[in-house]
Design a protein around this ligand. Structure first.
Ligand SMILES: CC(C)(COP(=O)(O)OP(=O)(O)OC[C@H]1O[C@@H](n2cnc3c(N)ncnc32)[C@H](O)[C@@H]1OP(=O)(O)O)[C@@H](O)C(=O)NCCC(=O)NCCS
Length: 175
């Protein structure tokens, strides 16, 4: 990849099964207010402003998912986001959320795909995450993205006493 190209914000276009058009793009500082509001609505335990702000501008960092005009431009406020980081040779999914009104339309899978493609472009070959044992929606999403369980941390989440399920997947290049 050419040096100049790498500096441009990454964005990926998607068409949902219901034919709606979406763009997943790197978040900018101007997205922080929308991200905090979305994090509050979408997540049972929100991260909050400072934690999210710390990942904006990093790579892979924060991606937001917005309705699109089909030419890759955002048409409105984000309805989903994902936060990821490099951890050694791997990519770690740290947080993902889709607005409750927009779930089960394939948007979570688009967010995961954007991270997958970014990680592949940076030479990563696997991705990892941890998830609450009772978070069936997230567990199913991750399994549908090829993650498999590789470990379990008993009582890891102090608020509910839930175990953390550790998962790992191979970043296959299917494009
Ligand atoms: C997890 C989450 C991001 C999924 O987003 P989504 O946009 O609804 O996911 P998708 O529509 O792309 O679903 C992809 C696949 O995941 C699985 N899945 C998603 N939600 C599911 C649910 N509620 N029950 C069972 N399987 C589910 C299905 O296999 C689905 O494919 P299908 O619809 O073709 O059957 C969303 O439920 C969410 O924001 N949850 C709250 C935040 C959270 O828990 N984040 C994870 C921890 S950080």
């Amino acid at each position: 990849m050419a040096g100049g190209e790498e500096k441009r914000p990454r964005s990926y276009r998607y068409v949902a099964p219901n034919k709606s058009l979406w763009v997943v793009r790197e978040a900018a500082s101007r997205d922080l207010g929308d991200l905090v509001a979305l994090d509050d609505i979408a997540k049972p335990v929100p991260w909050g402003k400072d934690a999210i702000a710390g990942f904006i501008g990093r790579v892979p960092g924060v991606f937001v998912l917005c309705p699109s005009n089909g030419a890759g431009a955002s048409l409105g406020a984000p309805v989903g986001f994902v936060i990821a980081r490099w951890l050694g040779d791997e990519c770690e999914i740290m947080s993902i959320g889709v607005h409750p009104l927009y779930r089960r339309q394939g948007l979570g899978r688009m967010l995961m795909d954007a991270v997958r493609r970014t990680a592949l472009a940076h030479g990563k070959s696997s991705w990892i995450l941890e998830v609450r044992e009772h978070n069936m929606a997230a567990l199913s999403l991750y399994e549908s993205c090829g993650f498999v369980k590789v470990g379990q941390r008993p009582g890891y989440y102090l608020d509910t006493g839930e175990d953390a399920i550790l998962m790992r997947g191979t970043l296959a290049d299917s494009d």
